[in-house]
Design a protein around this ligand. Structure first.
Ligand code: 26Q
Length: 859
């Protein structure tokens, strides 16, 4: 279809290019480039440069190396007409970029050496020294190191948790597998809030991630697109005499793309993350200015620019916040217009759109794309309905991430009508044709029709986004085997019965580049030495570790790596919150968003039980444990915030109790995020994955822990099931009701009082919390939580308590035999290969996208 845009540089230039200040990768070339960028990007010389100036110089040095690969990738894709994966996601939780980019470019060591060679003495850098000293870091005789610069890297927190981080891992794997891809999303000006803890409670602070500028992105204002909202629709006759519909919005907003290069690991492929930022559309303020309504114009400008201001900080659908629907439509419309522009510019025919693009919907947040593509094809490009719908279905696939029926996204009809009147008409038309098919298949089954309709009419009327995503695409997948099965028997059962061939499972995965190599260099080095460096791109190779589990010398090295990592976390904890923890104690970790279904409070109850046991019997031989928590609560989620308060309150009492004497330490790490998670995964001994069975779609933190050699205590939920299968049931601490048993308990009637009656220890634990023991005598603070558990217990915390506590006793026994524990730890890493996002992306490529890798050569 198209030819290569630029010819490769002439051969004579090649050598010069290799040594180019913008592309050279030797330590010397990097150091030269770093200095060059300090001068010519930042306009600074070392003696007056701030830490941020040095960071920006380093970032630009790396960016220049990325741009070379980025351009080659683009040219190769254009020249070969390859199908491109478009990952549509309202969230991309990318984490800090500098270290990851150095790793993927294969220049981490060279950068470290280049900076060492630059020999920038902190004593000669007063502005830098001041910052470091304020942070309590030593400066003494040191030189500026890569570690200093990595610490300066801001995290773009453009996501809530699992779903957003999954999108980021997938971007890494797509590029690493050389699959051409674009991530389409929103450039929120404020990402997920920063969490601080005051008096034990969560306090939210706005996240100003752009305050020092973002060296990784390139704005492309000339590629801005217009997006309409509101207004009305009208019919008209086109030139051929056909009746057509046109949407006349009453507000038009402009979307400006910001591109971030996403390099693959040690390949030349460099894909694009294209995030859209909203701004006022000039023609519209002109109009208002001209009629003299200055303030109306200003209001409109502010409203337009507010659209992408802030990420909604809840990881569940809670109800019809109109601005959220605006955000979703905004980015999806920008993305599709961008794709169509590219397709047409390359001489493509819209009837073949799906041969050049495949779009994955990351949950229902971008599901409005189905209606928008229909509108673009039919209203704006003049296609007939049937071919347009065929193109649309072939273009989209939908990933579901939740089983909770109440968390399924549905939008009140009045909001939809007001904001997207044309899309509502299109949804009605899709629905009526779809329900016609259902009627033919199930004549007379009106209940089924009502259940499957895209419109919920059981009370107030809503648009059901999951149904739109199912009907408008060619594939539907869950994110773990259990989850995919439960989708078919539960919330999507009718859709499965109608078209079983649409349903797939793609178990989630995480990138081992960030979550092993980058954050756990000690382990990565040991793996390289033991089984060779190939594991990082072929994680099944980790199986070879199993044969080393019986080698005492190897176990000793394994333990040493873990111990050094634990010392690092202990130091981090001391610096951040002033608590001293013993690296020799068992590090028992639960980090994830705070949710009742994830049951951080089950963990807390066990800590209190342990505390009571030690108080009662100070001689008791319980191995010392450090309980580490981290995670944010949605700002409006009272119970989640109360769980944080419970944990911090238990910590206050237990950590200081002389009778406990350090045998229990409880730590709540404030502001858990991708950046500081690097301290956590490598140093965990025990990973808490204790959700009520049937509630956690997959989990991905569970995978990160397993890769880093933590053992799991967990329920048969989400991907835990597969982790247990892969590492071996004997190497996994299993407890709790199964998903089927949970269902049965509810069917047969659950009384938390029965659990209380059958377990005196549990009664004492709840009694102690209710008594005000952890709240300075105030019996009111935890009353809502204790009452909730003892009266309804919607997540079966009490029902699973006894099994959990007994399982924790087995953990203690295993820990007491440190050789045994090390063996289990090794076998966990050995069995973690399946959970690489490379495997997940290969699955998507084969089962859903029908795309292949494309080699990119550097000219
Ligand atoms: C929707 C509408 C309005 C406002 C917010 C939302 C919203 C935002 C984020 C709804 C859900 C989310 C995030 C969900 C999420 O992170 N789910 C997790 O996805 C992971 C990746 O598949 C799984 O491993 C987890 O099990 C699942 O909980």
């Amino acid at each position: 279809m198209a030819t290569r845009i630029s010819a490769p540089p002439p051969a004579a230039d090649k050598e010069r290019l290799a040594e180019d200040i913008r592309t050279g990768i030797s330590p010397e070339a990097l150091a030269r480039s770093f200095h060059d960028n300090l001068y010519y990007e930042q306009g600074r010389y070392p003696a007056i440069a701030t830490l941020n100036d040095f960071y920006q110089a380093a970032a630009h040095t790396v960016r220049q190396r990325l741009l070379q690969r980025w351009i080659e990738t683009l040219e190769t894709v254009v020249a070969t007409d390859q199908k491109v994966v478009c990952y549509f996601s309202a969230e991309f939780l990318m984490g800090p970029q500098l270290g990851n980019n150095l790793l993927n470019l294969g220049i981490f060591r060279q950068a470290t050496q280049g900076l060492e060679a630059a020999n920038l003495k902190l004593k000669d850098l007063p502005a830098v020294r001041r910052v470091l000293e304020k942070r309590g870091e030593s400066t003494g005789d040191l030189t500026l190191s890569l570690e200093h610069l990595l610490e300066e890297d801001e995290e773009p927190g453009l996501g809530n948790g699992g779903l957003g981080r999954l999108a980021a891992c997938f971007m890494d794997s797509l590029a690493s597998l050389e699959v051409p891809a674009v991530g389409y999303g929103i450039r929120y000006e404020f990402g997920i809030f920063d969490q601080t803890i005051r008096d034990g409670w969560q306090v939210e602070i706005t996240d100003e991630w752009l305050k020092n500028g973002n060296p990784w992105e390139i704005a492309r204002p000339e590629m801005a697109v217009s997006v309409g909202f509101g207004g009305r629709t009208e019919t008209y006759e086109d030139q051929g005499g056909c009746l057509r519909v046109r949407w006349v919005p009453d507000l038009v907003v402009e979307g400006v793309p910001y591109d971030t290069p996403i390099p693959g690991y040690r390949v030349n492929t460099c894909n694009t993350l294209r995030l859209w930022s909203s701004r006022a559309h000039h023609s519209f303020d002109f109009q208002a200015f001209n009629v003299g309504d200055y303030y109306a114009a200003v209001d409109e400008k502010v409203a337009s620019e507010n659209l992408t201001k802030v990420l909604y900080p809840n990881d569940e659908f809670l109800g019809g916040k109109e601005l959220r629907l605006k955000q979703q439509y905004f980015f999806v419309s920008c993305a599709l217009k961008d794709m169509i522009r590219i397709h047409l510019a390359m001489g493509g025919d819209l009837n073949q759109f799906y041969e050049y693009f495949t779009a994955q919907l990351n949950d229902t947040h971008p599901a409005i794309a189905v209606a928008e593509l229909m509108r673009l094809l039919v209203d704006e490009h003049g296609l007939e309905w049937e071919p347009a719908f065929d193109i649309t279905r072939r273009s989209f696939a939908y990933t579901n991430h939740t089983l909770l029926p109440e968390a399924l996204e549905k939008w009140p009809l009045p909001i939809f009508q007001r904001l997207l009147p044309r899309h509502l008409e299109i949804i009605y038309e899709i629905n009526s044709r779809f329900l016609e098919r259902v009627r033919l298949r199930y004549p007379g089954d009106e209940a089924r029709i009502a259940r499957m309709s895209l419109i919920d009419e059981s009370g107030e009327r809503y648009v059901r986004m999951a149904h739109l995503a199912c009907v408008g695409g060619h594939a539907i997948n869950g994110v773990a085997e259990l989850h995919s099965e439960l989708l078919k028997s539960g919330i999507l059962r009718d859709f499965y019965e109608l078209e079983p061939e649409l349903f797939h499972n793609v178990t989630n995965g995480v990138t081992p580049r960030r979550f092993v190599a980058l954050i756990n260099p000690g382990l990565a080095g040991l793996l390289d030495e033991t089984i060779g460096a190939g594991w990082l791109t072929d994680m099944e190779k980790l199986r070879e570790l199993a044969s080393h589990a019986d080698d005492a010398a190897f176990r000793e090295r394994w333990r040493r790596v873990k111990m050094e990592n634990k010392e690092g976390l202990a130091d981090y904890i001391r610096r951040k919150i002033g608590i001293r923890v013993d690296p020799l104690s068992l590090f028992d970790v639960q980090v994830k968003r705070i949710h009742e279904y994830k049951r951080q409070h089950l963990n807390a109850l066990h800590i209190v039980a342990r505390y009571l046991r030690l108080k009662r019997n100070p001689e008791l031989n319980l191995p010392p444990r450090t309980f580490i928590f981290g995670g944010k609560a949605a700002p409006g989620y009272f119970m989640a915030k109360l769980i944080i308060k419970l944990i911090t309150s238990i910590a206050e009492v237990v950590n200081k109790d002389p009778d406990i004497d350090g045998r229990i330490k409880v730590v709540f790490l404030p502001d858990y995020n991708v950046k500081n998670s690097r301290w956590v995964y490598p140093s965990a001994d025990l990973s808490e994955q204790i959700s009520t069975a049937g509630k956690e779609a997959s989990g991905t933190g569970n995978m990160k822990f397993t890769m880093n050699g933590a053992l799991t205590i967990g329920t048969l939920d989400g991907a835990n099931v597969e982790i247990r299968d892969e590492v071996g049931p004997e190497n996994f601490f299993l407890f709790g009701l199964t998903a089927d048993e949970v269902e049965r308990v509810w069917r047969e009637g659950y009384r938390p009082a029965d659990s209380l009656a059958s377990n005196p220890e549990l009664g004492e634990v709840l009694g102690l919390i209710a008594s005000g023991h952890f709240s300075g005598g105030d019996r009111n603070v935890f009353a809502p939580l204790v009452d909730n558990l003892s009266q309804c217990d919607p997540f079966l915390v009490l029902a699973d308590f006894a099994g959990y506590a007994a399982c924790q006793d087995q953990v203690d026994a295993a820990w007491n035999d440190s050789d045994h524990w090390s063996r289990l730890s090794i076998l966990n890493t050995a069995g973690s290969g399946k959970f690489s996002s490379d495997r997940a992306i290969r699955d998507y490529c084969e089962k859903i996208w029908d795309v292949e890798p494309l080699k990119v050569d550097l000219m």
